[in-house]
Design a protein around this ligand. Structure first.
Ligand code: GRF
Length: 196
């Protein structure tokens, strides 16, 4: 039975595009809907052009009422009968109440070698720390931010002349390899760690 995947984006959606483009052939999953909190997200326009269903739930009218915003997301997702949610550059924090029914079926990609550097500005923090290795992680989402079981990691070297932008660009290339590899294995029921 093909797994139905919802992908959440807030911006360009380069990770979403990598996931969609890999979900072909004998892949156990297919992209069913792309959801964003941002009507202007490049990822929404791209998904529409590909003929993939899209949903926009703008967070701003909810004025910080996270449960109400998340109830609107649940309502938007209901018709799609999803099996898996992939967060891909989704920039809204989700509450424990939203995550709970999806626990074990919601994945996220984070631009650091978790558990190091949870949260934002990871590339700048790696440079400030003088680390020689950096990378990205795909993990199962739990109520705690960037904290769930890790399903895959990819590493990149940190170069002497790196800036946060050059480092982010190098990590992003690996994100586009790692996330599809993890989802392909996870959708087939295999949760063994992917290491790139
Ligand atoms: C990426 O750095 C990803 O690690 C983070 O959001 C950034 C943008 O992702 N979660 P995308 O290009 O919108 O997929």
């Amino acid at each position: 039975m093909t797994k139905r995947v919802g992908i959440f984006v807030s911006g360009g959606g380069s990770n979403m595009r990598a996931l969609v483009e890999d979900m072909t052939g004998d892949h156990a999953a297919r992209a069913t809907v792309v959801l964003s909190n941002n009507a202007d997200a490049g990822g929404i326009a791209w998904a529409r052009d590909q003929g993939i269903a899209t949903e926009v739930v703008d967070h701003r009218p909810f004025k910080g009422d996270r449960p109400a915003f998340e109830a609107a997301i649940d309502a938007a997702l209901a018709p799609y009968n999803l099996d898996i949610i992939c967060l891909a550059g989704f920039m809204r924090v989700l509450t424990a109440g939203f995550v709970a029914p999806w626990q074990g079926r919601m994945l996220n990609i984070h631009p650091s070698l978790l558990p190091k550097y949870k949260g934002l500005h990871t590339h700048a923090r790696v440079l400030e720390a003088g680390d020689s290795v950096h990378g990205c992680s795909v993990h199962l989402v739990t109520a705690a931010l960037d904290d769930g079981p890790i399903l895959g990691q990819a590493t990149v070297p940190v170069l002497d002349d790196d800036t946060p932008d050059t480092l982010a660009a190098r990590v992003l290339v690996q994100e586009h390899r790692l996330y599809p590899a993890v989802l392909r294995r996870f959708a087939a029921g295999d949760s063994r760690m992917v290491t790139l």
